[in-house]
Design a protein around this ligand. Structure first.
Ligand SMILES: [Zn+2]
Length: 127
């Protein structure tokens, strides 16, 4: 087991936090590296090193990006709602048409011999 400054960024086996190159680590052959001490683990947990440039620098950048993502989502959602509405409208029209056919009075169909051979919906549009 040896303690030295890491030449590479890695992940601590003790706390699971990423650490940047130059972090004092506890290294053992065949094992994942770990922070050299529990204090370093706590430091890593307090200030996650997601990109060593600093957490403050990324915050203002993330904000407009998030807003535009929300806009994009709202846009997609609106388009989706519009499509759903159109589909339901067509569906409703179809049901209405079907209902009017079902509800229409039926008239008898007579064969050449005068016997009723069946019925057909009388939609009333031809008479
Ligand atoms: Zn750690």
């Amino acid at each position: 087991m040896s303690i030295f400054k890491s030449n590479y960024a890695g992940t601590c086996r003790t706390c699971g936090q990423r650490f940047p190159a130059g972090t004092l680590i506890n290294w053992q052959r065949g094992l994942q590296p770990a922070h050299a001490s529990a204090a370093l683990c706590q430091q890593a947990a307090a200030a996650p090193t997601e990109g060593a440039e600093g957490a403050e620098g990324s915050a203002p950048k993330a904000k407009p990006k998030r807003v535009s993502a929300v806009d994009k989502f709202a846009e997609m959602h609106t388009a989706n709602m519009e499509a759903t509405r159109e589909m339901l409208k067509q569906h409703g029209e179809g049901i209405q048409k079907l209902a009017s056919i079902i509800a229409a009075p039926r008239k008898a169909i007579r064969g050449p011999d005068g016997r009723i051979s069946g019925t057909v919906a009388d939609l009333g549009s031809r008479h």
